[in-house]
Write a protein that binds this ligand. Structure first.
Ligand SMILES: C[S@@+](CC[C@H](N)C(=O)[O-])C[C@H]1O[C@@H](n2cnc3c(N)ncnc32)[C@H](O)[C@@H]1O
Length: 196
């Protein structure tokens, strides 16, 4: 999966890594920044997605599609597809550019919309990466956990960097009898939940 990343994917990943670093350095306003995961988190979620049980693979919060590219590698390696949701038109434009340039449209279904407008269509989730605005994490958690298949995985980003903002969801997950959960200190901190 990682030893044979296509050049089209590597090139777009590099472009987005440069832009994300520039955004963070030059004080670009928060909503305009890509705010994407670091490469080690990309690898981490790809490994989990590749190992996830049968069921849909979804992502809430595409931004420009950097994390999606890592998940696309997992889908290529396992013969699966994924669906990713982005609410902001400017981020959606960048994401479409990413998926075309990286040539991953065979495995990525991109939905330019609020995830919650599609929640009723989603069922039997094998893997979900949650990386949206912190205000919607709790609602996403409550929407997605019931849809996870047994053994299904939910990973939520920023569980250490935004531990106070996310404390309600994190406390809920760590005490939730439907899942086994822990926080992994990689990148900005990943809350990993596995459905019992
Ligand atoms: C931190 S960024 C995602 C970064 C991306 N996962 C990556 O690593 O490349 C969060 C994104 O979630 C989007 N978002 C927030 N709420 C959303 C919702 N309800 N549905 C879909 N996208 C949402 C935001 O517009 C923003 O682009």
């Amino acid at each position: 999966m990682f030893s044979e990343i296509p050049t089209s994917v590597l090139d777009r990943m590099s472009e987005l890594e440069l832009r994300d670093a520039k955004d963070r350095a030059d004080g670009t306003p928060r909503l305009e920044r890509l705010r994407q995961v670091p490469p080690e988190t990309g690898r981490f979620i790809a490994l989990w997605a590749a190992a996830a049980p049968k069921g849909s693979i979804i992502e809430v919060g595409t931004s420009a599609g950097y994390s999606t590219l890592w998940l696309a590698l997992a889908c290529r390696a396992t013969g699966r597809t994924l669906t990713t949701f982005e609410i902001l038109p400017e981020k959606a434009r960048l994401a479409r550019e990413t998926f075309e340039k990286a040539e991953v449209l065979d495995v990525v279904q991109f939905v330019e919309s609020d995830y919650f407008l599609h929640d009723v269509e989603i069922d039997q989730v094998g893997f979900c990466f949650l990386d949206a605005e912190k205000e919607v994490y709790e609602a996403c958690y409550e929407a997605i956990v019931p849809k996870l298949v047994p053994g299904g995985i939910l990973i939520a980003d920023n569980a250490i960097s935004h531990v106070e903002d996310l404390s309600k969801m994190i406390d809920r997950a760590l005490a939730d009898s439907r899942v086994d959960a822990m926080i992994v200190p990689i990148g900005t901190g990943e809350l990993v939940c596995r459905k019992r």
